[in-house]
Design a protein around this ligand. Structure first.
Ligand code: ATP
Ligand code: MG
Length: 423
């Protein structure tokens, strides 16, 4: 028996409706905030992620699905969406469009070689947004507000926004030195990854999962103390906009994001009930990235969340999404001539926008009616040989139980009446 690869899953009918609902909600929210959808390839040149995510990140160091294709190119299944979106922004010269900033969103599969557990998959689907080309702190607040409105409208409660700032490049540089001074005397006690991070990217030490409980982690200097004036002001303005929108947040000075290109605002949204993996959304500002990928110096801000973790949070909180699953009409028939008539009537109903189905297994009347029940058909049309001779059929309204004869050429109208009554 061949099974799905570890860390991947089939989404079957019955569950897919939840995905569709959540994805439709994401698209609707993005429409209201004026973010436009972009679809980029599932694989990219490996170099894009090395440059755009950063050589010292977990993703690039050990999580990428990288392969050589038959033309000897190194390609990688995308582990996240920001690098690809920014590549496309630069490649398609979106900075030249009259309307700026460029506001984009994406929904699609991402791939990371991880240790699978609840909410952590090797293939997962991310919904993310990116706003490129504005330094306005209001757009940082807009990104957080968009995510929170999305969760609110799905019915999620008690989410926590954790907020921090990484400052601008100058502040980060000063902080970097402070971290090196702090960790150097003890670095021998840290994992080998942290040892190599010390010189390359000491900020990443703070994000280490292995050494998280070391004393030096708790006593490490915090970035807030190393912010220069303009970074401090920027952070204050982001917070003011969040206050204006009445979005609650907690400043967590230890919050660093895994990716190298973040500057200023960093945030995570958590649902503390879903277990070890409680972050459902992560995002922040990446003023260094566009240049890093070969574009001009352009600021950007975005977030990403996986649909898997959103569904996990909904399940944990016991939220029932309002999903309606029903069929407008099921056609029941017995005998060759009646079957043929039911088949063409069904086609007519479908051509008028109604959903319709019939039996294809030659089952008895009773079993056919059972199918109609199972499919939650709103109307059932029974085509019998006797009625056929008179150009009528029996129609049953499954909500009221009422049954009546209807003329065959009035069937579309009659079924529509029933489905519209049911709304
Ligand atoms: P974590 O600390 O949980 O590994 P991360 O820092 O790697 O998260 P990001 O790269 O910021 O996560 O991705 C943003 C979001 O994508 C996460 O908040 C989460 O919702 C989702 N996500 C990341 N990795 C996975 C995964 N392996 N499976 C499912 N969802 C994921
Ligand atoms: Mg991760």
């Amino acid at each position: 028996m061949i099974q799905v690869p570890r860390g991947t899953a089939d989404v079957l009918p019955g569950e897919i409706e939840l995905w569709q609902y959540v994805e439709d909600k994401a698209r609707d929210i993005c429409r209201r905030y004026n973010y436009l959808e972009i679809r980029t390839p599932i694989f990219e040149h490996t170099e894009l992620f090395q440059r755009g995510v950063g050589e010292t990140t977990d993703i690039v160091e050990r999580e990428m699905y990288t392969f050589t294709d038959r033309g000897d190119r190194s390609l990688t299944l995308r582990p996240e969406g920001t690098a690809s979106t920014v590549r496309s922004y630069v490649e398609n010269k979106m900075y030249g469009a009259p309307q700026q900033p460029t506001k984009l969103f994406y929904i699609g599969p991402m791939f990371r070689y991880e240790r699978p557990q609840a909410g952590r998959m090797r293939q997962f689907t991310q919904f993310g947004i990116e706003a490129i080309g504005s330094h306005d702190p209001a757009i940082d607040a807009e990104a957080i507000a968009l995510a929170m409105r999305f969760y609110e409208e799905l019915g999620l409660k008690n989410l926590h926004v954790e907020l921090n700032t990484l400052g601008d490049m100058e502040s980060r540089q000063a902080y970097r030195e402070a971290l090196i001074n702090h960790f150097t005397p003890h670095i021998g006690e840290f994992c080998t990854d942290c040892q190599s991070r010390l010189a390359r990217n000491p900020l990443r030490i703070l994000d280490c999962k292995k050494d998280a409980r070391k004393e030096q982690m708790a006593t490490a200097p915090v970035l807030l103390d190393y912010l220069n004036e303009s970074s401090r002001t920027y952070f204050e303005r982001v917070k003011k906009h969040l206050n204006d929108l009445r979005i609650m947040y907690e400043v967590n000075p230890r919050l660093v994001r895994g990716l190298d290109y973040y500057t200023h605002t960093a945030f995570e949204i958590m649902e503390r009930g879903i277990g070890a993996v409680s972050t459902i959304c992560g995002g922040g500002r990446y003023n260094g990235l566009v240049e890093q990928i070969g574009g001009q110096d352009m600021p950007g801000i975005g977030f990403a969340m996986s649909i898997e973790r959103v569904l996990l949070a909904l399940k944990t909180q016991g939220v029932e999404l309002p999903i309606e699953q029903s069929l407008d009409c099921f056609l029941v028939s017995m005998g060759e001539e009646a079957d043929a008539k039911a088949f063409t009537l069904m086609d007519t109903l479908r051509s008028h926008g109604l959903s319709a189905d019939k039996d294809y297994l030659g089952r008895k009347m009773k079993a056919q009616l059972k199918s109609a029940d199972r499919l939650q058909a709103k109307a059932v049309i029974i085509v019998g040989e006797d009625e056929l001779a008179r150009n009528v059929a029996v129609m049953k309204n499954m909500t009221t139980g009422k049954q009546q004869e209807v003329a065959l050429d009035a069937i579309v109208e009659s079924v529509k009446q029933i489905t519209e009554d049911g709304r």
